[in-house]
Design a protein around this ligand. Structure first.
Ligand code: BT5
Length: 328
């Protein structure tokens, strides 16, 4: 884990607030209540992290034009939300951000704590599947939520995350993304983001939910492992330009927070309505595999709880979990 250094984050925020102007070492030292030498040391460590900071002996310090690094301080200095990502726990490498967030959740980490990693060695998909998580290119994030809901309502947060992810992806994509029931964000029918919700609960109460999200930001499609090359998409390739990962994280977290506040205030229905606006399967033939069952038919949309409705020769079936494929 990268050491959290509140002084460094404060210095970056001060420099950002100064815009193109210089801020004197003296004013940084007095607003943080630390010595000028300590300021100088922090500035050096920020430079080592990859921040471009210009120093002038007479005027002080200011931020250079280069974008900040993708690390705990770099991301935290961008975040403008009240809840989501208020606390950022960053790793250059970890097995799974979901596993770590679960551990932190059990230890009582506050709502909104976000675990983010540059790479994952055992990134998880649903039901024991794998999430490809190479370094230096994508976003892998897990957020702890404590919404005070019943376990049977927790799946609603998957829809919430999918809406927020589609919204954030959409603001970088020339094409409007679609959502695949229940948890994928697609561009041109290929998966650009996946969501994994895990919860800690007792019979009638959710203690916390870990909302995990992986977004293929700057990976090149040719670099995907062969088994997903035909089904995965990269936002970089769709957009034709690099995406700043810290900026994307800021935008994603703002969207999640916006929808989370709507959900807490007004319930699931506005979230589901927004989700339907991204859903591309209604009226189309689908085939859904869940556990030991396959259901094929025409997709009739989703009901008020988010269950998938599939019209089959024997009637309309209600599917509550599984994987959807476009059918014949
Ligand atoms: C998901 O599962 O889509 C959930 C993915 C959640 C990943 C995030 S990253 C941060 C957090 N920490 C974790 O450990 N996980 C979460 P599922 O619907 O089961 O899809 C998994 C399937 O997608 C795999 O079996 C592959 O076929 C495919 N896949 C794997 N990596 C991919 C990638 N990077 N891009 C697109 N498809 C991928």
């Amino acid at each position: 884990m990268q050491g959290k250094n509140p002084a460094e984050l404060k210095i970056i925020k001060l420099l950002k607030s100064g815009g193109a102007g210089y801020i004197s070492g003296q004013s940084i030292s007095s607003s943080l209540g630390i010595s000028r030498t300590a300021v100088w040391k922090h500035i050096n460590s920020l430079k080592e992290m990859g921040f471009s900071i210009e120093a002038s002996p007479s005027k002080g310090y200011r931020l250079g034009g280069k974008k900040g690094p993708f690390n705990g301080v770099g991301i935290a200095s961008m975040i403008s939300t009240d809840i989501i990502g208020k606390e950022i726990v960053f790793f250059t490498s970890i097995d799974s951000t979901n596993a770590k967030a679960f551990e932190l959740g059990r230890d009582g980490a506050p709502e909104g704590t976000a675990v983010i990693a540059d790479m994952q060695t055992s990134g998880k998909g649903r039901i024991g599947r794998k999430w490809e998580s190479p370094p230096g290119v994508n976003l892998y994030a897990s957020i702890i939520l404590r919404p005070g809901i019943m376990p049977q309502e927790a799946h609603q947060l998957t829809f919430l995350l999918a809406v927020a992810a589609a919204e954030a992806v959409g603001s970088y994509s020339p094409k409007r993304p679609k959502v695949k029931w229940p948890n994928d964000v697609l561009i041109d029918s290929r998966k650009v983001a996946g969501i994994l919700m895990e919860m800690d609960s007792e019979a009638d109460r959710v203690h916390f939910v870990v909302a995990g999200i992986g977004v293929n930001l700057n990976i090149r499609e040719k670099d995907f492992p062969a088994y997903i090359r035909a089904t995965a998409a990269s936002l970089r390739d769709k957009r034709g330009a690099e995406i700043d990962r810290a900026e994307f994280t800021r935008d994603l977290f703002s969207s999640i927070e916006k929808w989370y506040k709507i959900y807490l205030g007004k319930g699931f229905s506005p979230v589901l309505d927004a989700w339907k606006g991204y859903f591309g399967f209604e009226g189309k033939p689908v085939s859904v595999s869940s556990f030991n069952r396959n259901t094929s038919g025409i997709c009739m949309g989703v009901d008020k709880d988010g269950a998938l409705l599939v019209k089959t020769p024997s009637g309309v079936e209600r599917v509550i979990s599984g994987d959807v494929e476009a059918g014949e």
